[in-house]
Design a protein around this ligand. Structure first.
Ligand code: PEP
Ligand code: MN
Length: 362
């Protein structure tokens, strides 16, 4: 099935307050106690830069026996805190029952975590629960680098009648050697933006970096690539956090990071990611030139052999074979036929030059 072209998603600015055009969401990885959540939310809200507060109430844990969240018992704490800060609340849902609980307590925004997006049955069951309510939903990328799965989850939510959707980029788990917790693989969220034009995509540097030190660089790159905002984990006492302690930052550090991010987005500094892409283009060009030099070296050798044997340079059958073979290959690679034809003509002419030079030698 082709990718959808009719997913018409509302701009985030129509239902959230943005700062300098950016969605900024912060809050603890997990709600641990009434005091921890209220204190963190209060300090975060005092910066005046947030669009919403995140609150993990049900925590998907890889291993059993770890802190799995407070559950529904946390709902009154969340609502008390919202009354104080005035900021909308975002809560992760991993099962239909979680979505029902959020609707029951008037949670403003729900999100699907990376371990939920990966499961189409679960996404569909959650979509069925929220059908017709229009509740805003944020959809994290699946754990694996699978764009179709991410888009599929967004489609299921959209088909349930919600057009307030934000895609959350939290990086991808692969077995590659890596310095961050999850690889950003920036081309995937950028491709998503191309396939679903207008979808807000915001970056989750906390789960990409997995540590405090890496947050600033990921944040800068995300904004350099014109992502629509950030979701960052913050805890009033990060070292005591029951989950993701090493990547959470204090509300004060969060304010600094946001100020840096806003300054970066004002500068529209795209130099860093562009630089990396330019280096890739440089490498491709150097490789191409080296390959061409090798190819023409072979042409010269052929020219020498033809001279000895007294053969003509242009041989029709060979030329036709090359044309057919290369046109087919280029089609399978998605290159345009006009471009390939022009390139082949150039290569052919230059090969003939090389062979002719050999032939003209005494
Ligand atoms: C989280 O946001 O705390 C979380 C569980 O993240 P993810 O789904 O990205 O692993
Ligand atoms: Mn977390």
């Amino acid at each position: 099935m082709p990718f959808p072209t009719n997913i018409d998603i509302l701009p985030a600015a129509s239902w959230l307050s943005l700062r300098e055009g950016m969605v900024v969401i912060a809050g603890p990885c997990s709600v641990e106690s009434k005091h921890q959540f209220e204190e963190t939310a209060r300090q975060l809200a005092s910066g005046g830069k947030l669009s919403a507060i995140r609150a993990g109430v049900w925590k998907p844990r890889s291993r059993p026996g770890e802190f799995e969240g407070i559950g529904e018992k946390a709902m009154p704490w969340l609502k008390d805190s919202r009354a104080e800060t005035g900021l909308p609340l975002a809560v992760e849902v991993a099962r239909p029952r979680h979505a029902e609980t959020c609707l029951k307590h008037g949670i403003d925004i729900i999100w699907l975590g990376a371990r939920t997006t990966v499961n189409p049955f679960m996404v569909q069951e959650i979509a069925n629960v929220i059908r017709g309510t229009g509740i805003p939903v944020m959809v994290k990328n699946p754990v694996s680098p699978d764009l179709r799965l991410w888009i599929g989850a967004i489609e299921r939510i959209f088909n349930a009648g919600t057009n307030k959707i934000i895609a959350l980029h939290r990086g991808f788990h692969t077995h590659e050697n890596k310095t961050s917790r999850n690889l950003p693989l920036w081309e995937i969220p950028l491709e998503l933006k191309k396939i679903i034009p207008g979808i807000p995509v915001i970056c989750d540097p906390s789960h990409i970096a997995g540590n405090r030190a890496g947050l600033a660089e990921i944040t800068e790159t995300a904004l350099g690539l014109n992502m629509d905002g950030l979701i960052i984990e913050s805890h009033y006492r990060p070292d005591e956090a029951l989950t993701d302690s090493s990547q959470q930052i204090t509300p004060e550090a969060m304010h600094e990071l946001i100020n840096m991010a806003l300054a970066t987005s004002e500068r529209k500094d795209i130099s860093r990611p562009l630089q990396a892409m330019r280096e890739r283009i440089d490498n491709y060009d150097h490789t191409l030139l080296e390959l061409l030099a090798g190819r023409f070296g072979v042409s010269s050798e052929i020219g020498r052999i033809k001279r000895k044997k007294g053969e003509v340079i242009v041989q029709k059958n060979r030329q036709e074979h090359i044309l057919n073979d290369r046109m087919q290959k280029s089609k399978s690679l998605g290159l345009s036929p006009e471009f390939t034809r022009k390139l082949l003509q150039l290569l052919h002419d230059e090969s003939v030059n090389y062979q002719q030079k050999e032939k003209d030698e005494k």
